[in-house]
Design a protein around this ligand. Structure first.
Ligand code: SAM
Ligand code: SF4
Ligand code: SF4
Length: 342
């Protein structure tokens, strides 16, 4: 298949499909506010509609699909959606990103339904920090969820930590040990100034360079793992003992040049960039009865004009403030990271 390229020559290669904007955590870098404006329930795509959207994207080359949210496991009967997607031969890679609270309950059903890969967000190993930072009193369930995923047969488990100065920057090494002991791979993420990160400040960002410095000071020099042709955002490294880990340096080393991602919110709004303002409404044509071919033509023509490079443009600003103040987020909840799916 000839790849569908955007205006900067980037193929359409992956889709993050958000199944809900609701969440059972309130991470300080994503949902720090006391109240939120939610997408109207009637606007949420059904499983059949989500599967159709994923199929249209996969037909155009986005054969890697990741389910996300909000917290995707809050969506009732998520394994049924996984089963629908797993049946679509055009989708080569089906993954889930979760905060882990409900993973223990659903890991086996997800695996049985055909899910292949799981990423769990784990910013801290300390229950009291999770409670204070993410208003999460269920930290033990997160840890139990990671073990349950391994027990259910998921072999490619990744653990994501957003590293924030003064919150968890002293847990870079303990998190690495924790992941290694479970055969999982640690991913450190630079704190991004995305919509929703209303407490963001430049000083709180722990850079890729600092993270590597901490790891190398303890474990010695790390070896970068070249992944020719890879469009994955994480740079991967190997320690002397073979342990691998990744860093997603969206702030200090943005990777927009190779970005092949699309994001569809739970109400069927399609964004071509995490920072993008202009979403395309796919729900309206879907519910009006558009054929797959018509939807496909719409996606192809919009992708062909794509020029988004949000993180690079933010980095070029030099000094920057938060992306949107709270009122801007209330006016349009689709600007929120927890609606776009991260
Ligand atoms: N609730 C699920 C979870 O937390 O894994 C899925 C949705 S969450 C929005 C997806 C990812 O976005 C998580 O790994 C989270 O750490 C990341 N994220 C959210 N806000 C972020 C920020 N300001 N900077 C960097 N990553 C962020
Ligand atoms: Fe945290 Fe994910 Fe919920 Fe955001 S959507 S508050 S990152 S658990
Ligand atoms: Fe892709 Fe936008 Fe993120 Fe750049 S900022 S990597 S274009 S989603």
């Amino acid at each position: 298949m000839t790849p569908l390229l955007d205006a900067l020559g980037r193929p359409l290669g992956s889709l993050r499909l958000s199944v809900t904007d609701r969440c059972n955590m309130r991470c300080g870098y994503c949902m720090p506010e006391a109240e939120y404006t939610w997408l109207p329930r009637a606007s949420l795509l059904t499983f059949e509609e989500l599967a159709r959207v994923a199929g249209v994207f996969a037909g155009l080359g986005a054969n890697r699909v990741r389910l996300t949210g909000g917290e995707p496991l809050l969506r009732h009967d998520l394994p049924a959606l996984v089963a629908l997607l797993a049946r679509d031969a055009r989708i080569a890679d089906l993954a889930l990103t979760t905060n882990g609270i409900l993973l223990g309950r659903h890991a086996e059903a997800l695996r049985a339904a055909g899910l292949r890969r799981v990423t769990v967000s784990l910013d801290t190993l300390r229950a009291e920090r999770s409670l204070a930072f993410a208003r999460n009193p269920r930290h033990a369930e997160v840890l139990g969820g990671i073990d349950a995923a391994a027990d259910a047969g998921f072999s490619d488990i990744k653990l994501n930590a957003v590293v924030i100065r003064g919150f968890n920057d002293d847990e870079i090494l303990p998190l690495l040990d924790y992941a290694r002991a479970r055969g999982a791979e640690m991913r450190y993420i630079e704190y991004m100034d995305v919509g929703g990160a209303t407490r963001w400040s430049e000083g709180a960002v722990v850079s890729r360079r600092e993270i590597l410095g901490v790891i190398e000071a303890c474990h010695g020099p790390v070896t970068p793992l070249p992944e020719p042709g890879s469009r994955a955002p994480a740079e991967r490294f190997r320690l002397g003992d073979g342990t691998t880990f990744g860093i997603i340096a969206s702030v200090t080393a943005p990777f927009c040049r190779t970005c092949d991602r699309s994001r569809v919110t739970a109400d069927g709004t399609w964004f071509r960039c995490l920072y993008g303002e202009d979403g395309v409404d796919l729900r309206e044509p879907l519910r009006r009865g558009a054929t797959d071919e018509e939807l496909s033509d719409l996606v192809a023509s919009v992708w062909g004009a794509r020029r988004d490079r949000g993180a690079e443009e933010r980095a070029a600003l030099g000094a920057r403030a938060v992306l949107y103040p709270v009122e801007g987020l209330r006016a349009d909840p689709r600007r929120e990271m927890h609606t776009r799916g991260g």
